[in-house]
Design a protein around this ligand. Structure first.
Ligand SMILES: Cc1ncc(COP(=O)(O)O)c(C=O)c1O
Length: 454
């Protein structure tokens, strides 16, 4: 692979000759060959396949910002615990459907130490990644009340959640929170919840794709309104504690990441091992159900399940139907990792902070080359630097920008599948960009700006 910038001349439709790092005709050919009707609308996996083919044909490495995968090695505490468990012979035994007792214990401790919230061990139910946690939660919450047939997303959000509801045949609606931060969230959220058809709502915090982090004030609004209208918030903490502006790394010590759990009794929190421990390959996470919700009785569940108890149904009705337990060895890995964090032996924030440092440098490069940050604030405070950020370039829609950047060896995804109303935006993920690629990114962005500025 040639890492050096290959300057070739291109002929644009207007016959203006401009430089692009990758041969224009070649990229165009590969796009046509991919048969994608619109590159900007393609899924992450489709973009990935297209980039792989352009890299192969051109010999030029892309700055890859399309996929939200961890860029760090998996923690050895996890892999060692998993290997030890396998050697002990657990592979032939079905794991307990409720989850490994030591993992349930450590998750309950983790929630207390890092969110200052009490949940019983029995209410912590392992899942095969937060993706299966949301699926199992939607499956159950979508059926608790026959009058409540819709699920609300506080967007922008993770496209897979939207796909899950389509697959489940559950109605969805959304609010793009861009214009509704702080107190403004109250009115728009209440106007939606008061319609009475929403069973639950979901948001991620920090947020994929925009990295906005709801403030304590906003979470109080969400929690209070959920309580008022009996709507269950699902707080997806796939990026647990990764708002690096505050030091959330010390077990049992203030400050704690703000959570909706402080403001309502019935909620679900999703924890994932994928990003915090770079453990995405092993598919592990946990559904944390508040004790009050776990013990609630919903007669409407009997339409589909043999029990009306929420906690029992979630485990023995939904989770059982989906996967009949979670990979045995991986539960040992997750238990060992969470225990090490709880005991103060592993500071996972220190390990993943690199993403924030890299984002700061990359955002500066985009800004100085004519781009702007789309989701740029948290209720008045500048947005944090983390795993993702969103950018736009005036005169381009997000979808067109994705395609245009391909000629410059830069890949990202548009915000079009995320429920965002900011059609000009694209999402950049920092995790796979190596430090030694940063000068190259800078020079490609500079070249892009030279060619496009008005
Ligand atoms: C907001 C959000 N939720 C869930 C996930 C998936 O997490 P997991 O790997 O635990 O299924 C992601 C991954 O990108 C995410 O961004």
């Amino acid at each position: 692979m040639k890492d050096v910038l290959e300057n070739t001349m291109l002929e644009t439709t207007s016959n203006t000759r401009i430089n692009t790092p990758i041969d224009y005709k070649l990229v165009k050919q590969m796009i046509e060959k991919s048969k994608l009707p619109c590159v900007g609308k393609a899924s992450i996996r489709e973009i990935k396949a297209l980039i792989n083919s352009i890299e192969k044909s051109s010999g030029t490495k892309f700055i890859r910002m399309e996929m939200g995968v961890p860029g760090l090695p998996a923690s050895e505490i996890g892999t060692n615990a998993e290997i030890a468990a396998l050697k002990k012979g657990i592979a032939n035994t079905y794991p307990d459907i409720e989850g490994l007792p030591e993992l349930k214990r450590e998750i309950s401790r983790f929630i207390k130490l890092f969110l200052d919230i009490d949940v019983a061990e029995k209410s912590c139910i392992p899942c095969t990644g937060s993706t299966s946690g949301s699926f199992v939660s939607f499956l159950t919450l979508g059926r608790i009340n026959k009058e409540k047939d819709t699920i609300l997303f506080l967007d922008p959000g993770f496209p897979v959640h939207k796909m899950q509801l389509k697959v489940l045949g559950i109605n969805q609606t959304n609010i793009d929170v861009y214009k509704y931060r702080g107190e403004k969230l109250m009115e728009i959220l209440e106007s939606t919840l008061k319609q009475g058809n929403i069973s639950c709502l979901l948001y991620s915090n920090p947020n994929n794709p925009s990295w906005i982090c709801f403030t304590d004030k906003e979470l109080k609004i969400i929690g209070t309104l959920c309580k008022k209208y009996d709507v269950i918030p699902i707080e997806d903490l796939a990026y647990f504690n990764m708002d690096f502006r505050k030091d959330y790394s010390k077990p049992g010590r203030e400050p704690h990441q703000p959570t909706v759990a402080k403001y309502c009794d019935d909620y679900i929190i999703l924890v994932s091992g994928s990003k915090i421990f770079s453990y995405a390959g092993q598919r592990i996470g946990c559904i944390v159900v508040s004790d009050s919700l776990y013990n609630r009785d919903y007669p409407d569940l009997l339409r589909f399940y043999s029990s009306s108890g929420f906690g029992h149904t979630l485990i023995y009705g939904s989770a059982y139907s989906v996967s009949a337990g979670v990979t045995h060895s991986t539960q040992y890995a997750f238990a060992a990792l969470i225990k090490a964090v709880n005991d103060g032996d592993l500071d996972f924030i220190k390990e993943v902070k690199i993403y924030g440092e890299r984002a700061k440098i990359m955002k500066e490069m985009f800004l100085k080359n004519g781009f702007r940050i789309v989701y740029d604030h948290d209720d008045g405070e500048p947005i944090a630097d983390g795993f993702y950020f969103t950018v736009a370039y005036d005169g381009y829609s997000g979808e067109d920008l994705i395609e245009e950047l391909l000629y410059y060896g830069i890949s990202a995804i548009s915000l079009s599948n995320t429920g965002s109303l900011r059609k000009e935006g694209i999402r950049a993920c920092v995790s796979l960009v190596a430090d030694n690629q940063l000068p190259e990114l800078d020079s490609r962005l500079k070249q892009f700006h030279e060619n496009h500025k008005q």
